[in-house]
Ligand binder design. Structure first.
Ligand code: AMP
Length: 282
C-alpha cells in the first residue's frame, strides 16, 4: 500500500492511472477502522483497479468539541488492516492540507435533510461532512464511492451533494456490519465502558421491536414507546424516528406501502450511538 500525505504527490500518481484508463474506488473514513469499514473496502476491491482509503478526522463535522477531542485514533492498527484487505492507497492528509488557511468553504443546499434528525441534533454536521467529502472527491477523483448504510442520513446527504457536483460518480451503499449481539460496529464503540458495551445492543433490539410492531395506521405511539423503553434502560435518546425511507419525513400514519426506515440516536453516558433499520430488512 502506498501512503500519501500531500495532495500534490497523490495527483502525480493519479495521472498515471488516468492515462491507463484504470478505475478507482474510494472509501472515506475517520480511521479507528473496524470490520464495517473493511466491508466497504472489500466491495471496492471487487469492482475497481485501484482502491483508495482516506483517514481524516474532520474537525468541521464535529458539533461537539469534546467528541472531536476524544475521537479514537488507532493508526498503526488501521494501516495493518488496510494492507491485509488489499487496499492500494491510503490518503492521510493533515488539517492544513484539507483546510488551507484563507480558503472559503462552500455552502451546500441540503433542504430538509439538514434540519431533521441528525441535522437537527448536530447543527452544522452535514455542512462539515459535505465540505470534506466534496474536497476528498475533488482530490481522489474516484469512479465509485463506498458508503455505509449505518449512516443512513449521511448517505442521503452525500448522494444529494454528489448529484450536484459529481454527476458521473457511482455511489454504492453497503449494509451495516454488526457485532454478534447486534450492536452496529462503530469507531465510537471503543469508548464504551464494559457496562455500556453490554447495554448498547438494546438500540438494535429497539429497531427490531419497531420492525415487529409496525402496523398500518397511526405510528406515533410506537416511537414514543421506544423512547420510553430506551430511557428506562438508561439511554438518553435524541430521537426515535419512523420515517419515509425516501425523504426521512416522519410517517405518522402508515399506509402499509410506503418504504420505511427506523432511525435511532441515543446517548449512553457521554457516547452518542446511531443505528437504523430499513423495514424490508429481515
Ligand atoms: P467513519 O469512519 O465513521 O466516518 O465511517 C466511514 C464509512 O464507514 C462511512 O461510510 C460509514 O457509514 C461506514 N461505516 C461505519 N460503520 C459501519 C458499519 N458498522 N457497517 C458498514 N459501514 C460502516
Amino acid at each position: 500500500m502506498i501512503l500519501f500525505k500531500k495532495i500534490a504527490d497523490w495527483r502525480i500518481f493519479r495521472q498515471n492511472s488516468i492515462a491507463r484508463n484504470q478505475s478507482v474506488g474510494f472509501v472515506p473514513t475517520m480511521g479507528a477502522l473496524h470490520a464495517g469499514h473493511i466491508s466497504l473496502l472489500q466491495a471496492a476491491r471487487s469492482e475497481n483497479d485501484w482502491v483508495v482509503c482516506s483517514i481524516f478526522v474532520n474537525p468541521t463535522q464535529f458539533n461537539d468539541p469534546a467528541d472531536f477531542a476524544k475521537y479514537p485514533i488507532t493508526l498503526d492498527k488501521d494501516i495493518a488492516m488496510l494492507e491485509a484487505t488489499g487496499c492500494d492507497v491510503l490518503f492521510l492528509p493533515d488539517v492544513e492540507e484539507m483546510y488551507p488557511k484563507g480558503k472559503t468553504q462552500k455552502h451546500y443546499e441540503l433542504g430538509a435533510l439538514e434540519t431533521i434528525w441528525e441535522g437537527k441534533f448536530r447543527p452544522g454536521h452535514f455542512q462539515g461532512v459535505c465540505q470534506i467529502v466534496d474536497q476528498l472527491l475533488s482530490i481522489v477523483t474516484p469512479h465509485r464511492l463506498y458508503l455505509g448504510q449505518k449512516d443512513y442520513q449521511q448517505c442521503m446527504v452525500l448522494t444529494a451533494m454528489a448529484s450536484q457536483y459529481y454527476p458521473d460518480l457511482t455511489i454504492n451503499i453497503c449494509s451495516t456490519l454488526r457485532e454478534a449481539d447486534g450492536l452496529a460496529m462503530s469507531s465510537r464503540n471503543l469508548r464504551l465502558d464494559e457496562a455500556s458495551r453490554k447495554k448498547a445492543p438494546l438500540i438494535y433490539q429497539t429497531l427490531l421491536f419497531l420492525q415487529k410492531e409496525i402496523k398500518t395506521g397511526n405510528t406515533s405511539d410506537l416511537a414514543a414507546r421506544a423512547i420510553e423503553y430506551l430511557k428506562a434502560e438508561g439511554f438518553q435518546p435524541d430521537y426515535v424516528a419512523v420515517a419515509d425511507a425516501g425523504n426521512l419525513e416522519t410517517v405518522e400514519y402508515w399506509n402499509g406501502q410506503t418504504p420505511l426506515v427506523f432511525l435511532i440516536a441515543a446517548f449512553l453516558n457521554d457516547i452518542r450511538l446511531i443505528d437504523n433499520l430499513i423495514l424490508t430488512e429481515a
